[in-house]
Design a protein around this ligand. Structure first.
Ligand code: HEC
Length: 160
């Protein structure tokens, strides 16, 4: 039951993302707090895809090809949207776990964003048409690595 629900939840996230596109350029006027809300929501969306893909990698579920394609497309969009959510001026927000190094060390942070964008793009290309499970798992490992590489240096531990 739970597993089916998770697949459905991911599909709903995909649908929601398609309907309400994330801010696409830096001149969208959002308050810092709104940026934080969108940023954290997108990170949780990342996490929901990671959850279903991990379950599939373990052989616990099989994600239908059309859902896999949708996750790929949503991930591609996230890869493009997430950089905007770390724009200048969005630092120092209370309740944010984003480390100040994001803004004091922007060149390295950009590399992390680029690695994530590249990995999500590859994942999307691969899931356009039904791909074999091993290839999907391998592309997912790369996406996962991009998450971890960024979190290691730029995400503060959870407060509780
Ligand atoms: C380029 C850096 C970067 C990448 C790539 C990245 N994250 Fe994050 N992530 C962060 C930062 C920074 C935060 C803290 C955001 C904040 O609180 O302002 C965060 C927060 C989160 C959170 C907590 C959200 C919340 O509710 O507070 C989750 C879950 C998460 N990331 C999952 C992921 C997953 C899964 C991926 C990959 C599929 C990913 N992230 C990719 C930098 C990144």
């Amino acid at each position: 039951m739970t597993k089916h629900f998770r697949c459905l939840a991911a599909a709903l996230f995909v649908a929601a993302l398609g309907a309400a596109s994330p801010p696409a350029s830096a001149d969208v006027t959002l308050t810092k707090e709104e940026i934080l809300t969108v940023r954290q929501a997108m990170m949780r969306t990342n996490s929901s895809y990671e959850g279903v893909l991990t379950a599939q990698a373990k052989g616990e579920v099989t994600i239908p090809a059309n859902q896999l394609k949708q996750i790929g497309e949503a991930w591609l969009r996230l890869g493009k949207a997430i950089p905007v959510l770390f724009q200048k001026g969005s630092e120092g927000i209370e309740k944010s776990r984003a480390k100040p190094e994001i803004w004091s060390n922007p060149d390295d942070f950009k590399l992390k964003l680029a690695a994530y964008a590249k990995a999500t793009e590859k994942f999307q290309q691969l899931t356009q048409s039904p791909a074999d499970k091993a290839a999907v798992d391998a592309a997912f490992v790369e996406v996962n690595k991009a998450c971890d590489d960024c979190h290691k240096g730029y995400r503060a531990p959870a407060q509780r």
